[in-house]
Write a protein that binds this ligand. Sequence first.
Ligand SMILES: [Zn+2]
Length: 71
Amino acid sequence: MDGTQQVKICPKCGSVYINWIAGGLIGAVYKCDDCNYVGPFILEVRARDLEKFRKELKKTSSEPDDATKVD
Ligand SMILES: [Zn+2]
């Protein structure tokens, strides 16, 4: 892997454990093993951008809620 290779990842969680489960006339359908996303859309990113992309996903899905913390 040289960092420019494209890897298929889940658009919801960024997992690379994407399985192609159906295809043909209706188009491809993929399933994510990690979050059970099923759909025709997946993302393809360069291998070297994978970690960056996952960090972005984490940032948006688990924001620190310090601002709303009440002691
Ligand atoms: Zn997923």
